[in-house]
Design a protein around this ligand. Structure first.
Ligand SMILES: NC(=O)c1ccc[n+]([C@@H]2O[C@H](COP(=O)([O-])OP(=O)(O)OC[C@H]3O[C@@H](n4cnc5c(N)ncnc54)[C@H](OP(=O)(O)O)[C@@H]3O)[C@@H](O)[C@H]2O)c1
Length: 263
């Protein structure tokens, strides 16, 4: 499997962790025609320094887009307009819903988890991807319609990729629960999986592929220092998997090696 992605690709949470690495490897591994939109809260702020460096390293390939809060309609509307103006009639080929939070910090037990944690995590991890996909849908549809590949779905045509986790799997809960209870995070990502499944049904007629991907346990601020997988390894896997996705993968949860994870 090699990386075979093109077109206009938007990544949320692009200033650090897996999101930043996605932007880097997409810039490295896509052709002249591809363009990467890097959504982050403050593109001009100090927390986006690494992203700014990437935009310099790959001139004309990356546009940083302000997404002040992934669940804020005003902010998303401005982002849709900014992307729309730049891509013209081409449409958006891929929306990668990557931004997420995991609070309270692991283990995030039942008693530790408060109402505010549940609400904040649900808003960022579920409501954010819901509203983003709703507001970017016209651009995704435009890309799907322009593609000459018949009725075949792919990330080169039009796709929503929801970055999920193995912790979202209800079937796997007995084997993963002791690693980190993280009630708010697990339940939010299980809801994100259902969003993935529903949208896959809904957008089938539009030829928009919708797939959830588990990136592995990755050494980022969220994954922590003990994580065995580097962001570079994880993203290499994610991009290979994305390159190979087709109709049969829409509405599924797969890991960064391409293996199917049960709901
Ligand atoms: N790391 C792992 O081991 C692991 C395992 C399974 C799944 N995942 C999933 O992989 C994805 C990326 O994780 P990561 O490890 O790269 O996380 P991370 O290092 O904590 O980075 C999270 C990113 O999301 C952004 N973000 C969070 N809340 C936001 C909001 N409300 N509005 C806008 N941006 C927001 C952050 O922006 P700021 O810098 O502005 O806060 C940051 O760019 C997540 O969906 C996560 O659930 C990670």
């Amino acid at each position: 499997m090699s990386v075979n992605l093109e077109g206009n690709i938007l990544v949320t949470g692009a200033n650090r962790g897996i999101g930043l690495e996605l932007v880097k490897q997409l810039a490295e591994n896509t052709g002249q025609e591809a363009h990467i939109y890097a959504g982050c809260r403050e593109p001009d702020g100090t927390r986006a320094e690494a992203l700014k460096q990437l935009t310099i390293q790959y001139p004309g390939k990356i546009t940083a887009i302000k997404l002040a809060y992934v669940a804020d309609e005003g902010s998303i509307s401005t982002a849709v307009q900014a992307v729309s103006e730049r891509i013209g009639s081409a449409g958006l080929n891929v929306l990668i819903n990557n931004a997420a939070i995991n609070t309270p910090a692991p283990p995030g037990s039942f008693l530790e988890t408060k109402k505010k944690h549940m609400m904040d995590v649900y808003e960022t991890n579920v409501v954010g991807p819901f509203i983003l996909s709703k507001m970017f849908l016209p651009l995704l549809q435009r890309a799907a319609e322009r593609c000459p590949t018949g009725d075949k779905m792919s990330c080169r045509r039009s796709a929503i990729i929801n970055i999920s986790t193995v912790f979202s799997s209800i079937e796997k809960c007995p084997e993963t629960f002791e690693l980190a209870q993280v009630y708010a995070y697990r339940t939010s990502k299980a809801a994100l999986n259902m969003l993935t499944r529903c949208q896959a049904e809904d957008f089938k007629t539009n030829n928009i592929l919708v797939t959830a991907i588990h990136p592995g346990w990755v050494r980022t601020d969220m994954g922590g220092e003990q994580a065995p997988v580097t962001p570079s390894e994880s993203v290499m896997g994610i991009l290979r998997v994305m390159s190979s996705l087709s109709n049969k993968d829409s509405g599924t949860l797969v890991d960064w090696g391409g293996e199917r994870i049960p709901w």
